[in-house]
Design a protein around this ligand. Structure first.
Ligand SMILES: [Zn+2]
Length: 375
């Protein structure tokens, strides 16, 4: 079976829907064509020389990157400049580039969720809400014996997700009636005769943004020619999504130990931290990448520590004056865990779909900073 770019775009858009991205972000297919056939795939934080070398080595012609290759308005592709040369090489070698940036930061299973899992933080909420998904209620009537199939279908399209639970539905039994008229091909019964059928009423919730996909899945997985179903608007605010997150460490640690843990599990050489070594860290705020502008959100959550990257002098000054401890595990350090995770995620999805193409993480990037040894 030949694998095309479109399949990967679909998988990525399910994981990190494009509408979650912040305004002015550059995401999606940045170079390439959905119909291009894919050999192998790379995941990376940046599309740089290292990613190009890995593409060559592993015969990869799709690069899925977290940071956009093209971000600021492109005014020139000058081959004498490194950025222009990279674009030239990508096009020359017919490599496709797909980007999931702030949509992957904000997606509930994205960057910050991965950080929480690695650091053993039980996630409780987001730091800054950027989107509160409106919810819909779906009620559908299905003949007995077909309810499991239908439930699976609509669940994989995005219905029935509440927090960390999927397939949440309520099912009640009843009797459906119908009279097939002329020009019908009834699945059960015959034309002109009133039918009474054992049916289930299946009800569930879904984000309004998934209505189209859920409706398609419903029609695909329902045995009837004309299924009976309704979508209702709900008053309740939906699931909040946004930047950064907060939660509690499964086991509270002194600040110094937590900094050490960050170094171990994030594989980052340079961890800087501010606060009393022995201060107990239990409630944690987190943000992969640059989190300086979320310090006030971490304070609102009364976090003991805020773990992120790229803290600036005045950010640190402000946080310390307010009694908030900080751990700077680096922009790269706090985002890199995404790369192997995403490779595995896509690999599993492709295998389940029947494709044998490989997905590999581009490892060991970052800025190769020098750390002056003591003495
Ligand atoms: Zn970043």
């Amino acid at each position: 079976m030949s694998l095309r770019v479109q399949k990967l775009m679909d998988l990525m858009n399910d994981l990190a829907p494009p509408h979650l991205a912040l305004k002015n972000d550059s995401i999606g297919l940045q170079i390439g064509h959905p119909e291009e056939e894919i050999n192998n795939i790379l995941t990376t934080l940046d599309v740089d020389e290292q990613a190009l070398a890995a593409a060559e080595k592993y015969d990869a012609n799709l690069v899925v990157s977290h940071h956009p290759l093209i971000f600021t308005p492109l005014t020139a592709i000058d081959y004498r400049r490194p950025d222009g040369n990279i674009i030239k090489e990508i096009i020359r070698r017919r490599i496709n580039v797909f980007v999931a940036h702030t949509n992957l930061d904000i997606a509930p299973t994205g960057v910050n969720n991965i950080l929480c899992n690695i650091l053993e933080v039980e996630k409780a909420g987001v730091l800054e809400i950027t989107r509160q998904e409106k919810l819909l209620k779906l009620v559908v009537f299905v003949p007995a014996g077909y309810e499991e199939n239908l439930r699976d279908g609509i669940a994989s399209a995005g219905a029935g997700w509440i927090g960390s639970y999927s397939h949440c539905t309520f099912q009640s039994a009843g009797t459906g009636t119908f009279l097939p008229l002329e020009n019908t091909e009834p699945f059960i019964g015959e034309r002109g005769k009133l039918e009474k059928v054992d049916e289930f009423r299946l009800e569930t919730v879904l984000p309004a943004s998934r209505q189209k996909e859920v409706k398609e899945a419903l029609l695909q997985n329902h045995p009837y020619e004309e299924p009976a179903y309704e979508f209702y608007k709900l008053e309740e605010a939906g699931f909040p999504l946004g930047l950064g997150c907060w939660g509690t460490l499964t086991e509270p640690l002194p600040l110094k130990e937590l900094a050490r843990k960050c170094r171990q599990v994030l594989g980052s050489d340079t961890i800087r931290y501010w606060g009393d070594n022995d201060a107990q860290a239990h409630k944690i705020a987190l943000c992969g990448g640059s989190g300086g502008n979320l310090i006030s959100r971490a304070l609102q959550r009364e976090a003991d520590v805020f773990i992120s990257g790229d803290f600036k002098y005045h950010d640190i000054q402000y946080a310390r004056s307010m009694g908030l401890n900080l751990i700077d595990a680096g922009h790269y350090g706090t985002e890199y865990p995404l790369v192997p995770w995403l490779a595995q995620y896509l690999q599993d999805k492709l295998r389940a779909w029947g494709a044998q193409n490989s997905v590999r993480p581009v490892s060991g990037g970052g800025l190769d900073e020098n750390i002056l040894p003591e003495g």
